[in-house]
Design a protein around this ligand. Structure first.
Ligand SMILES: [Zn+2]
Length: 69
């Protein structure tokens, strides 16, 4: 198997991209600049939350006006 290493990336605000990271006990750091990194970009987190929260089928044409924030 080629997956000896967990080949994941995390979001680095400073690099503005998903980067390789170093994982310490609780925190993860960008291997490029040393900044703290997070699992997902804020935009992506918001999008996922929206997807999860809006799991109910949406009706064509009724989107917008009465949608709670
Ligand atoms: Zn970085």
């Amino acid at each position: 198997m080629a997956n000896d290493f967990y080949d994941a990336t995390m979001w680095c605000e400073r690099c503005s991209e998903y980067v390789r990271f170093l994982q310490s006990t609780e925190k993860a750091f960008c291997t490029e600049c040393g900044e703290r990194v997070q699992m997902l970009r804020d935009d992506d987190i918001r999008r996922i939350r929206r997807l999860l929260g809006g799991a109910k089928p949406r009706r064509a044409g009724s989107e917008g006006a009465s949608t709670p924030a």
